[in-house]
Write a protein that binds this ligand. Structure first.
Ligand code: HSE
Length: 310
């Protein structure tokens, strides 16, 4: 193994998971970017190649670059890093494209430096990438990308992230309609206040979801996958959202909602077979909508980042 170079799999993620806007997220196995990071003598972070997407190579305009610079500034390493990114997650998809790049870069750099930083510190660096991408340094994509499984951001100040137990049979079906919704735009349309009544329903569901995950109570997980606050507003931007959600539930999904800031829609199911049935029923709906789409079925990824050349 070359000690100066590492190739990593950077998972896609589902943020919010219906009830947990900006606090809940989970990592996926079947979708993710690949990134090669190597140490170089020149100080700084340089993006040498991006395959698969038309995004800026300039370090300051690139989420991996910005996150990498945050790590470099906090480290006593005198050299720099060169990054090649193979984007497989499309930008503006709602499955954590910017998070995969930002988190992947800092995880790889930390490995090359022999792990001077803790995972929570890496989350903090990666959040700078999210700040660049959406204007807000939210952690609900980068935390599961780095920790794996389900994560809860209990607090942003101070940053406190809890890894949540993930039931083994939990599968996600993800529909990605081929339209782009920028997180910054889909945050602008949200109200900045909520009613006490909606708050009560929402934190009841967050607690229920966490309890359901720990006790592997799939029915409780399903009952808790409800969003009274964000989904009613954002779902208007997503073609066929209500029909896809209904078809998923009819096919046996535990629950369904918007993945991150959309347009992707996710459904969680118990077992791979049900997740496949859900995918089939979503296809039926989308046949009539006339928008191109990608469809993924994935187990929850318990590891987070993966070293592809150990
Ligand atoms: N919590 C963020 C949002 C996730 O919904 O705006 C973005 O992927």
């Amino acid at each position: 193994m070359n000690k100066n170079e590492i190739k990593v799999f950077c998972p896609a993620t589902i943020a919010n998971v219906s009830c947990g806007f900006d606090v809940l997220g989970l990592a996926l196995d079947a979708v993710g970017d690949e990134m090669t990071v190597r140490k170089i003598d020149t100080k700084g972070v340089y993006i040498s190649k991006i395959i698969g997407q038309d995004i800026p190579l300039e370090t300051e305009k690139n989420v991996a670059g910005i996150a990498g610079l945050a790590l470099l500034q906090a480290s006593d390493y005198l050299g720099g890093f060169e990054i090649e990114i193979h984007k497989k997650i499309k930008a503006g998809s709602g499955i954590g494209s910017s998070a995969a790049s930002a988190a992947g870069a800092v995880w790889a750099m930390n490995m090359l430096l022999e792990n001077p930083f803790s995972t929570i510190e890496l989350v903090q660096f990666a959040m700078e990438g999210e700040r660049l991408a959406s204007g807000v340094p939210h952690a609900d994509n980068v935390a599961p990308a780095l920790f794996g499984g389900f994560t809860l951001v209990r607090s942003y100040d101070p940053l406190d992230i809890i890894q949540i137990h993930t039931p083994k049979e939990l599968y996600a079906t993800i529909l990605h309609p081929q339209i782009e919704i920028k997180t910054a735009d889909s945050r602008k349309i949200l109200k900045t206040t909520i009613s006490l009544q909606d708050g009560i329903k929402q934190w009841g569901n967050v607690g229920g979801l966490i309890a359901g995950l720990y006790t592997e109570d799939y029915a409780l997980i399903g009952r808790s996958l409800v969003d009274h606050i964000v989904e009613p507003i954002r779902s208007i931007l997503i073609p066929g959202f209500d029909d896809v959600k209904k078809a998923s539930l009819d096919a046996g999904a535990l629950g369904a909602g918007i993945s991150g800031s959309g347009p992707s829609i996710f459904a969680l199911s118990k077992g791979e077979q049900t997740a496949e049935k859900v995918a089939k029923s979503i296809k039926e709906v989308y046949r009539t909508i006339g928008v191109e789409y990608d469809l993924h079925i994935s187990k929850v990824n318990l590891e987070g980042m993966k070293n592809l050349n150990p």
